[in-house]
Every structure is written in C-alpha cells, then in structure tokens.
Write a protein that binds this ligand. Structure first.
Ligand code: PGA
Length: 247
C-alpha cells in the first residue's frame, strides 16, 4: 500500500440530495487517519450540491474530500438525451470521473472503443480519470483474466499521453466480486494489481473494488500493490465507510 491511499465511495443510483448532504456533513466532522484521502461519487442529481459543499470547505472545517462523477459522455454538448457532458460534470464540481465501471460495460454496452473516447475527453478537460477494468467469472475460469484486463487497458487507454497515465487511476474490479459479497482474495487481487502496474510502467495508482467491507479492508490494503479502494455497497453507510478508511 502506498502511504497515500485513496478511498472512493461510489454511491451508484442511491441517496437523495438531502441524504447525500447528511453523509458529507458527517464526514466533514470526522478526522480520517493520516495518509487517507476520501472521495465521493454521488448520483448526478446530488453532484452539484455535494460539489458546492465540498469546494467551499476550508481546511479548518474538515478534511479534503474529492468529488467524483460516476460517468460522462465524451462530447461537450449536443443532442444526447439523458447524457451528461465533461463540461457539465466539471461545472457541477467534479474533479474526477469514473470511466468504464463494469455496470456501464455490462448493463449499458459500453465498449473499450467508446471508453477510449471518454478517456480522451477526460484528459482534454483535465478530469482525473478512474478507469475500471476487470474480468467476469467465466473469463477467470477459462484462464483469461489477465488477457481480458490487458485488452481493456490497451484499447481503453490507446493514445493517452504519458503524463495522463501517470495522473490517472485504475480500479481493478473483478465483475464476479461486485455487489456479490465475495471479494477477491488479497493474494488474488495483489497478483492482478502487480500485473497492471507492470503494464503501466509502475506509474499508475491501482485501486481494488468488489465487495470491500470493514471486515476485509485491512487484509486487502496490506497488499503492496493495492493503492486504495473503490467501494460500492459498504460506502452507503457512514460508519462502515469510515471503518474502511481506517483499515
Ligand atoms: P461493491 O461495488 O463494493 O458493492 O461490490 C464496488 C463497485 O461497483 O465499485
């Protein structure tokens, strides 16, 4: 684990604006351990309110908490009903964006090619990208986990600059571990993280995601190539999220 671990709460399609603000206010009254940075990815309806609250927060009012958009389109504007542009997520206060979450890939059909366009848009707009990769259970059973992840990296990050690759973040999220309660074993995750770091010349941070909870966070974060977490279900409750940050 690097001394600067990042812990991202991905709230997916949960929480009203008021519920999101209550959570953020509770975190602002808390002091996370040294070296832990928290980021929140609220739903789009709450992004602007959370962004405004966190941008206005001075150091004396609470810890720095980063603001993350869960997704975005690659165009700046246009006739794309229901989509949100890079300019709009920045306007709402996001400094980071999640690209290629497995729910976007598997439920909404986003391909490595489309994700590559989104990543270039994020680079152009100076949004720190959290790019998600991970294999399905069938791909792991067939012995193809590393091939799948390598292809997601090569195609998704095609033609990105070296500086961008250094500043971005990868989230390794095996699809079979997301929302299932079954996390990757720490050694299993470490093996893939080390592989990813090798592919990326050891310069890119790699977070783990997939059923992270207070009970397994310490064993996972103890692995040398795990630089933090992307947390779904267990980030919805402030106490559980704080315990993960403290692990
Ligand atoms: P989970 O989700 O923690 O609920 O498994 C992780 C994610 O999808 O980012």
């Amino acid at each position: 684990m690097s001394p600067q671990a990042l812990i991202i709460a991905n709230w997916k399609m949960h929480k009203t604006i008021a519920e999101s603000m209550d959570f953020v206010d509770e975190l602002l009254q808390w002091k996370p351990p040294e070296g832990r940075t928290m980021l929140i990815a609220p739903s789009f309806t709450a992004l602007a309110a959370v962004g405004k609250r966190l941008h206005r927060t001075t150091a004396s009012e609470g810890p720095h908490i980063g603001v993350v958009a869960q997704n975005m389109h690659y165009e700046d504007h246009g006739a794309f009903t229901g989509e949100v542009s890079p300019t709009q997520v920045k306007d709402a206060g996001a400094t980071h964006v999640i690209i290629g979450h497995s729910e976007r890939r598997h439920l909404f059909g986003e391909t490595n090619e489309v994700l590559n366009k989104k990543i270039h848009a994020a680079e152009d707009h100076h949004l720190v990208t959290i790019y998600c990769v991970g294999e399905t259970s069938a791909e792991r059973k067939a012995g193809k986990a590393k091939d799948v992840v390598q292809q997601q990296i090569e195609q998704g990050l095609a033609k990105c600059s070296k500086e961008f690759l250094r500043s971005m973040i990868i989230a390794y999220e095996p699809v079979w571990a997301i929302g299932t309660g079954v996390n990757a074993e720490p050694e299993q995750a470490e093996e893939m993280h080390a592989f990813l770091k090798e592919l990326l010349q050891k310069e890119t941070r790699v977070l783990y995601g997939g059923s992270v909870k207070p009970e397994n966070a310490a064993a996972l974060i103890a692995q040398p190539s795990i630089d933090g977490f992307l947390v779904g279900g267990a980030s919805l409750d402030p106490d559980s999220f704080k315990k993960i940050v403290e692990a």
